[in-house]
Design a protein around this ligand. Structure first.
Ligand SMILES: CC(C)(COP(=O)(O)OP(=O)(O)OC[C@H]1O[C@@H](n2cnc3c(N)ncnc32)[C@H](O)[C@@H]1OP(=O)(O)O)[C@@H](O)C(=O)NCCC(=O)NCCS
Length: 143
């Protein structure tokens, strides 16, 4: 198993992995090929992939950084490879990458129903903030 940055050549594999894992994504918005290409160009090290011995993509995470906090987004592991510590490894690698940008606060937005993901982030030392409600404003529903 290897972990290394992804490139645009991996785009279809990323989409297939999100589908296999049942992770919602925005194919006409921030996860479109054009949007991902732009994000990769700006921050090539923010796209982390885990590959099996046949170079098949089995885990993915997209990092982002707003200059104050670092975010772990779109984390997914292929169902056949789940529960082997791959997500934990992606989170650790993601934090390392974000620390290089000077970030000291690491965050993730998790749907309240996603007990597995909440358990994962708790295991990785993240603290849940039940008193905070996420507000957002969108130019359209696809973004
Ligand atoms: C969430 C997800 C990425 C976890 O990937 P994973 O590689 O299986 O996770 P790990 O093996 O690193 O597990 C780490 C911890 O997560 C939790 N966890 C993982 N799978 C679990 C399961 N099936 N049931 C309960 N807890 C689970 C446990 O706390 C586990 O720690 P433990 O093994 O010491 O008990 C994976 O289940 C997935 O892709 N889910 C669908 C997409 C998704 O919901 N992504 C998160 C968006 S915020």
């Amino acid at each position: 198993m290897k972990i290394h940055p992804l490139t645009l050549k991996d785009y279809d594999a990323i989409i297939n992995l999100w589908k296999a894992a049942g992770l919602p994504f925005k194919p006409r918005g921030r996860d479109s090929k054009e949007a991902i290409a732009r994000q990769m160009q700006e921050n090539p090290d923010f796209f982390l992939g885990v590959f099996d011995e046949n170079e098949q993509l089995i885990g993915v995470a997209i990092l982002s950084c707003d200059g104050r906090k670092g975010w772990i987004n779109r984390l997914a592991v292929h169902p056949k490879y789940q529960r082997r510590g791959i997500a934990k490894r992606l989170i650790t690698e993601g934090e390392k990458t974000l620390r290089k940008r000077g970030v000291q606060i690491f965050c993730a937005l998790i749907e309240d129903y996603n007990e597995i993901s909440k358990s994962l982030f708790r295991k990785c030392g993240y603290v849940e903030h039940k008193d905070i409600i996420y507000f957002s404003k969108r130019d359209n529903e696809e973004v």
